[in-house]
Design a protein around this ligand. Sequence first.
Ligand code: ATP
Ligand code: MG
Length: 589
Amino acid sequence: MIMRMSQLFVRTLRDDPADAEVPSHKLLVRAGYIRRVAPGVYSWLPLGLKVLRRIEDIIREEMDAIGGQEVLFPALLPKEPYEATNRWTEYGDNLFRIKDRKGGDYLLGPTHEEMFTLLVKDLYSSYKDLPLTLYQIQTKYRDEARPRAGVLRGREFVMKDSYSFDIDDAGLDASYARHREAYIRIFDRLGFEYVIVRATSGAMGGSRSEEFLARAEVGEDTYVRCTHCDYAANVEAVAVRPPAPLAYDDVPAAHAEETPATPTIATLVDHLNERFPREDRPWSAGDTLKNVLVVLKHPDGTREPLAIGLPGDREVDQKRLEGQLEPIEVEAMDEDELRKHPALVKGYIGPSVLGEESASGIRYLVDPRVVEGTRWVTGANVEGQHVIDLVAGRDFTPDGTIEAADVRDGDECPSCAEGTLEAARGIEMGHIFQLGRKYAEALDLKVLDENGKLVTVTMGSYGIGPSRAVAAIAENTLDESGLIWPREVSPADVHVVAAGKDPALFAAAEQLSADLAAQGLDVLYDDRAGKVSPGVKFKDAELIGVPTIVTVGRGLADGNIEVKDRATGERTEVPVGSAVDHIVGLVRG
Ligand code: ATP
Ligand code: MG
């Protein structure tokens, strides 16, 4: 097939769009792949749609290869199934809700667990029908709080979602493993760098769960890898290995001390070292227990205070905290809200007024490092005072633990305890999880087993975002001159540029394009004549990012064309006579 630049519906832009910060977003707009319609809502132009479709085709092939069967659900869905699983409420503001003319409640589907569960329930009733994998490639809607970076985080986006149905846990494990293999093949073919990390299963519930992340500085996810073993996890899913409890027989009784003008951990540590020096070593921030107050916003609108205790050298990581509490959202507790709890003395809050049984009644959860016998300096609940030698398990007992502290480079690996963790950023491209029986139970999906007994089906849920993938791949491969597509997803196999004015040169470029197309290649042919200079054509070719750029220009006089590798910049002179074979060889590898 030949696409001619003179005809193609594209206008490349010299300037970055005003609303774009992320490089892939700028380039996808400038190169004429996408256009914005509303925040987080984009149209696909011919070049963009080609890339999107190629990604979808790869996914489709690999899903079919593991026995998945493609179906297609509507995006417009009735409320009832989502009420049965409570997601009508849990999705909160993220759900697009609509009323029909009769006042009936509908939604635009954010993901389709309910619908697939009900479809299988409708038609299947025996263990003999299982295992089953169904999937769709379909438009999803989420009213994201922060739509971002073009199609990277849209409010309308494309998702491949598949669902496995099995009679027992072993079946689910096998379905999960098959999906994992298919995902590895898909992401290998998509041709960019990715990592597989442990994940939390979030609003979906369920147990085993992994994410496929594209490595990217602009990514919103942070993941860690161990320097020693193969542990890799989204920071949301890192579970700190709690230290062993310590003996505290020798620890003196807790004592409150005057610590004037110590509003920060740093000033407190300085004051301790000056007035209450330790014999063994200086005090450090990690000796203090910091108590952070937040408000939990439940999906039904109710608000609940929560206190989090963590070592003073750590911060609360909001994403990690929300990852544990999903679908609850978390806000900092402001002054007004704090005043509603007279037991709390701002800046000097300590465990003695925290906990469900305490004067404040506020639930108190601590970092897993705060184990029995650990010894802390913390607020005394008196203006200007801190308590020293406050021992966990002796002087206070929290209501439980929570993984809310930030995870850092150099932290101990929770898996092998020999290596340390290294953090990097990524974009979530795919997510596979074992849902278990949550949806089947809520919607009563049961089948008869071999003994004629009704058993609840166990499910897995597996997502990939093809539209996000367009942006993530672009982000992973681009350079300062433009996009650079991996071969399997490029909008064309080769970009032929007729560079000059001589009609003979256009004739040769036309012939080459036709010969390449006859070999089954997709050719983008820059046949623009007249005012469009070779310089403009080269700039456009770099911007559009087809991996092989062929110039039919000055060299033609000597019987040569030039083949340029967009990624490496490497140029090769090739005789016209062998050009087709050479280029087909490059494309087919
Ligand atoms: P995120 O944490 O980035 O919001 P998610 O955990 O909500 O993603 P899933 O519900 O697991 O995402 O959806 C499956 C896949 O759909 C994701 O891995 C991602 O590729 C894609 N996806 C999710 N939300 C969006 C979005 N707003 N825009 C584009 N793609 C998305
Ligand atoms: Mg996810």
